[in-house]
Write a protein that binds this ligand. Structure first.
Ligand code: ACO
Length: 328
């Protein structure tokens, strides 16, 4: 048994902030941001939360799949930026959508999170213990960004995407998943609860405040992405006995346009096979792949039988790719 995506949904905050608006609050420009990243605007929460966006995306995915919330066996949420620590975002979503039978938990693999959630769900389908699973990637990264750091603040956006998987006949999907914790320092964000060696009772909260925002070595992240992602996709294609030209679309984490171009070039594949929506939403971390899948699905660009490679990459470092044939 495998899980087959039967429906998708997304939720973006209403508030849109374009590059010019950012240029009014920090020393940057529309031209610089577009040229270096491809990003034009992003949606930022203003009233919405990671939980509320997850629930909305989930409801849309369930409706799209024609599946009732009560029939869901498992809810998996990938997030690094939820408004809740306890209960899990997945349990909070369960309550909001009424998925009373589901077992619920969260997973943190940063921008690779949705892909790892998808693969985790597939393992449960393969074990025969679930029949319907809801997976969600949701982020409110605007809460983790230091708005005084123009090197990171311009990159990220908020949003949520979801997919409903239903058990069907098929081989366990080919996939590649990797992590390298020794390179974790290129993209970090300490927990506000980490007070080092001090007792939490005595800790000076202000002293560690700076580290509780996203800190990034942009050039190292860039090099990692354009080196490791093509290698990982090549390894996947070899496992599937396919070549890049056999693939209809490469649905990648939407980090930035130059990373996409670098990956496409290394795979000697036309950039038109790498759909992008980062211009509109920025980098929404684990939400980016399901938001893009939803757009491709609803616009009719995904056709039954299409051969897709999904790939995620980000903090950890973690990265991975999965092959699937579209069957919604
Ligand atoms: N506006 C204007 N100037 C800026 C800005 C900004 N927003 N940010 C940095 N600069 C300046 C720097 O201060 C520097 O100035 P200097 O030459 O006077 O010192 C100059 O621009 C060049 O800075 P670099 O950091 O070298 O710029 P670079 O070409 O590397 O581009 C960027 C930065 C866009 C972050 C790039 O490194 C990148 O795309 N990295 C990948 C990071 C990424 O996608 N992270 C997402 C999270 S991880 C993930 O999703 C995989």
């Amino acid at each position: 048994m495998i899980g087959i995506i039967k429906g998708t949904g997304a939720c973006l905050p209403e508030k849109e902030v374009d590059n010019n608006e950012l240029a009014r609050i920090m020393d940057t420009s529309d031209e610089w941001i577009r040229e270096r990243t491809g990003i034009i605007r992003r949606h930022l929460i203003s009233g919405e939360t990671t939980v509320s966006m997850s629930a909305r995306a989930a409801e849309r995915a369930l409706e799209n799949a024609g599946v009732a919330a009560e029939d869901i066996d498992m809810i998996l949420v990938s997030t690094v930026s939820s408004n809740v620590v306890l209960p899990s975002t997945a349990c909070a979503v369960q309550e909001l959508i009424g998925a009373s039978r589901a077992v619920c938990f969260d997973l943190n693999a940063a921008c690779t999170g949705f892909l790892f959630a998808l693969n985790t769900a597939q393992a449960y389908f393969h074990a025969g213990v679930v029949g319907k699973v809801l997976i969600i990637g949701a982020e409110s990264l605007s809460n983790l960004v230091n708005w005084a750091d123009r090197g990171t603040a311009i990159l990220f956006g908020d949003g949520a995407g979801a997919a409903v998987l239903v058990a069907g006949e098929g081989e366990f999907p080919q996939l590649v998943m990797q992590s390298n914790g020794t390179k974790g320092d290129v993209l970090t964000c300490s927990s506000p609860f980490d007070r080092g060696k001090d007792s939490p009772v005595k800790a000076d909260m202000a002293a560690s405040q700076g580290e509780t925002y996203i800190q990034m070595n942009g050039q190292e992240v860039f090099k990692f992405a354009v080196r490791q992602v093509p290698k990982c996709i090549e390894e996947l294609l070899e496992k599937c006995d396919k070549r890049p030209e056999d693939i209809d679309l490469f649905v990648l984490h939407q980090a930035n346009a130059r990373i996409m171009e670098g990956i496409a070039k290394r795979l000697k594949t036309d950039i038109s096979k790498f759909p992008m929506n980062l211009m509109e939403y920025g980098n929404t971390s684990s939400a980016s792949i399901p938001i893009l899948l939803d757009e491709l699905h609803r616009s009719g660009r995904l056709k039954k039988g299409m051969k897709l490679v999904l790939a995620g990459f980000g903090a950890g470092l973690s990265w991975g790719a999965t092959y699937m044939e579209w069957d919604a």
